[in-house]
Ligand binder design. Structure first.
Ligand code: ADP
Ligand code: MG
Length: 366
C-alpha cells in the first residue's frame, strides 16, 4: 500500500464514523477546514520533516530549516486560499543537537518568516530523539465562511495556472546530492534575492566591484537553486488574493511535483486535464545548468517536488480578473481542465499521458 492509498483508507474510516458537522473538509486536501461560529472558517495543516528523508543535516543550515518547516505549512494554507494566523511547532532532537546552538538558529529562521506574515507561535512540544532531527509544523489560518479553495472543485473548461517557476527545488536537491553546499551568508539573506528580479550576481558585482564573469554567474545560479530547495518562498500573497476574490475554482500547492499534484486535483474533481509542455514555466537556471549536466529540465519541472508554487484553476470568465503579479511573483497559463478523465500533456504536436511521477513516501518498486 502506498502513501496515497493509505490516506484514502484513513479518509474512508473517518467518513464512516460519526463526525462533527463543523468539519467542512477533513482528510484529503492541503489542509482541513473547520466551520467557526462567526464569519470565518479555520484552516489547519500539519507537516512532518524527518532528517535524511526530508532534509540532510549537513546541507541544511538550522535557520533555513526553521524557515522551511514553517514555509511548507504556509504553502498548504495558501493552497486553501487562506491567510495564516497562528502556528505550533514540535521538535525531536538528539542530545548533541540540543546542546549546540541549533535550536536558537532554527527559531531565528522560523520567527523571521512568521514575523513577515504576522503569524504568532502559540505552542508546540519538545522531545529527545535517538539520532535524527524530527520537526512537526502546524499552521492555522482563516478564510471567510465557505471561502476555502478545495482540490476537488475544478470544472471542465477551467483554465490551469501555476505561480512562479518550476524545477528549481528539485535541481537544488540534485546539486546537494552532488555535494554542493549553500553559502553560509544565505542564512541571513532576505526575500529580495529570490526569483524573478535582476540576478543577484549582477547586483553583487555593482556593489562590491567584483568582476562579473561566467564562473561567478554559475556559482550564483547554483546558490539560487540551492535556496529554492532549502529556503522555499510560500506563495502566501497569491493564496490570499485567489481565495478572497473567489478567483480560483480549485487549488493545490506543488509539493510532490506538478505531475502528481495535477493528478490529485483531477482525481478529486473527477475530471481530466490537458497541459502544454511549452508553457510550463521551467526555472531559467534549471534550463541553463541542468541541460549541461545531462538532467532534463522539463522532467525536473514536471516531476520534481518542493517548488511550493500554487497550481490553480480559474473559470474562463474570471481569467481577465487575475492580477499579473502578486508580491512580484508572476503566473503562467499552462492548460485546461477536461471533461473526460486522464491528465495529458502536449509537446510539439505529440500528446501523452502525464502519469503522477512526483515524490511519494513508500512508493512501490516498479
Ligand atoms: P500535503 O502534501 O499537501 O501536505 P499530504 O500529501 O501530506 O498533503 O496529505 C494529504 C492529505 O492526507 C491531507 O489532507 C492530510 O491531512 C492527510 N493525511 C496525511 N497523513 C495523515 C495521517 N497520518 N492521518 C490523517 N490524515 C493524514
Ligand atoms: Mg499541499
Amino acid at each position: 500500500m502506498n502513501e496515497f492509498d493509505f490516506i484514502r483508507r484513513l479518509r474512508k474510516q473517518t467518513e464512516s464514523r460519526k463526525r462533527s458537522p463543523r468539519v467542512i473538509n477533513g482528510i484529503g486536501d492541503d489542509a482541513s477546514v473547520i466551520r467557526e461560529a462567526g464569519d470565518r472558517d479555520l484552516i489547519i495543516t500539519t507537516d512532518l520533516l524527518v532528517e535524511e528523508t526530508d532534509f540532510y543535516r549537513d546541507a541544511t543550515p538550522p535557520a533555513l530549516l526553521g524557515h522551511k518547516a514553517l514555509a511548507v505549512s504556509f504553502s498548504d494554507v495558501a493552497a486553501m486560499g487562506a491567510r495564516p494566523r497562528w502556528s505550533m511547532v514540535s521538535i525531536g532532537l538528539p542530545r548533541e543537537i540540543w546542546q549546540n546552538d541549533f535550536k536558537e538558529s532554527f527559531f531565528a529562521g522560523y520567527f523571521a518568516l512568521a514575523d513577515q506574515y504576522g503569524v504568532t507561535l502559540v505552542g508546540g512540544d519538545i522531545s529527545q530523539s535517538k539520532d535524527r532531527i524530527v520537526i512537526d509544523s502546524i499552521v492555522i489560518g482563516e478564510v471567510d465562511t465557505g471561502g476555502a479553495v478545495l482540490r476537488s472543485t475544478a470544472q471542465p473548461g477551467d483554465q490551469i495556472f501555476v505561480t512562479g517557476t518550476l524545477g528549481g527545488a528539485a535541481a537544488g536537491l540534485k546539486l546537494i546530492e552532488m555535494g554542493a553546499r549553500v553559502n553560509q551568508k544565505s542564512e541571513v539573506r532576505s526575500q529580495e534575492s529570490e526569483g524573478v528580479g535582476s540576478p543577484t550576481a549582477e547586483r553583487g558585482a555593482v556593489a562590491t566591484g567584483f568582476h562579473y564573469d561566467a564562473e561567478t554567474a554559475e556559482a550564483d545560479a547554483i546558490e539560487r537553486l540551492l535556496l529554492r530547495q532549502l529556503r522555499p518562498d510560500p506563495r502566501v500573497g497569491w493564496g490570499i488574493v485567489l481565495g478572497q476574490d473567489r478567483l480560483a475554482t480549485s487549488m493545490i500547492d506543488i509539493s510532490d511535483g506538478l505531475s502528481s499534484d495535477l493528478n490529485h486535483v483531477c482525481g478529486q474533481s473527477s475530471a481530466g486535464a490537458i497541459i502544454d509542455a511549452a508553457s510550463i514555466p521551467v526555472d531559467k537556471e534549471v534550463s541553463k545548468l541542468c541541460g549541461r549536466r545531462a538532467l532534463d529540465p522539463l522532467s525536473l519541472a514536471l516531476h520534481g517536488g518542493e517548488d511550493f508554487e500554487l497550481l490553480f484553476t480559474v473559470h474562463p470568465e474570471n481569467v481577465a480578473r487575475l492580477p499579473k503579479r502578486v508580491d512580484s511573483v508572476a503566473i503562467s497559463h499552462i492548460g485546461e481542465i477536461a471533461g473526460d478523465l486522464g491528465v495529458r500533456i502536449s509537446e510539439r504536436s505529440h500528446v501523452w499521458e502525464l502519469k503522477p511521477a512526483g515524490f511519494e513516501h513508500f512508493r512501490q518498486p516498479e
